[in-house]
Design a protein around this ligand. Structure first.
Ligand code: PEP
Length: 255
């Protein structure tokens, strides 16, 4: 499938930044700058910011996402948030399996899969993050790591459900480090992910999936990364907290 036919998506991952008031201020700065974007624009924000973010973006082209969700609908899961809670406040996307969740909060491919299935069942669109550690790349097992994550994270996800899944390739060594994968490295792994999806589903289904790159993407390198045939957008951490930088990346994806 022609890249131009896939949905380009630029999503901000705010991580643990911005209070609700600060979220409103930032979104009020972002929305006019991206009003004519020719791609999907999303801000994934902390749970307590969701209501303010949804209010601040009402009537605009900016969609709001959460940064995680639990697989159970309710119950004894102190500190967790269910898909139903997210749906009710108007959330559309949810980041799952981010490397910081895997690294600091014991997230595994099994729990990423459970969250992904629950999100899809609730009508949320998961942004499923995969990526290798630096030493895994140095040991030449990037493809093995990615293949395993894709297979396990999407276990039992149907071809129909796959239409609502976004994959974010985020090499762990490039996240928040200022070290960006080269455009060729990003393309190589994004193309590999698409090939894995073709094996697990079929070529048409794989060709339709939006695959983002994430890892120190910014207003200076976005053009080159996004020009690659299998890089359909970006998951942006640090640069998503500065309206002008985020808007410049959205502009690059809109070309
Ligand atoms: C991220 O948090 O998903 C990310 C890619 O962060 P950064 O852009 O800061 O590397």
């Amino acid at each position: 499938m022609d890249k131009a036919k896939r949905k380009a998506i630029i999503a901000g991952n705010w991580k643990m930044n911005k209070t609700p008031k600060e979220a409103t201020t930032l979104l009020n700065a972002i929305t006019p700058l991206v009003a004519d974007a020719d791609c999907e624009v999303i801000a994934c924000v902390p749970y307590v910011d969701l209501a303010a973010a949804i209010e601040a973006t009402a009537g605009t082209n900016v969609k709001i996402g959460a940064e995680n969700c639990h697989w159970a609908e309710s119950g004894a899961f102190t500190g967790e948030i269910s898909t139903g809670m997210l749906k009710e406040v108007g959330v559309e996307y949810v980041v799952l399996g981010h490397s910081e969740r895997r690294q600091y909060f014991g997230e595994t491919d099994e729990t990423v899969n459970k969250r992904t299935k629950a999100a899809l069942a609730a009508g949320l669109k998961p942004i499923v993050c995969v990526g290798e550690l630096l030493w895994e790349r140095e040991c030449n097992i990037t493809e093995e790591v990615i293949a395993r994550q894709i297979k396990l994270d999407l276990w039992d996800v149907t071809e129909e459900e796959l239409k609502n899944v976004v994959i974010a390739y985020e090499p762990v060594w490039a996240i928040g480090t200022g070290k960006t994968a080269t455009a060729d490295q990003a393309e190589e792994v994004c193309a590999f992910i698409r090939a894995q999806l073709a094996k697990l589903y079929n070529q048409d289904a794989a060709d339709a999936v939006t695959i983002q790159y994430g890892g120190s993407m910014n207003d200076g390198n976005a053009d080159e990364l996004l020009s690659k045939i299998d890089v359909d957008g970006g998951l942006i951490g640090g640069a998503s907290l500065v309206a002008e930088k985020f808007a410049a990346i959205v502009k690059a994806a809109s070309k």
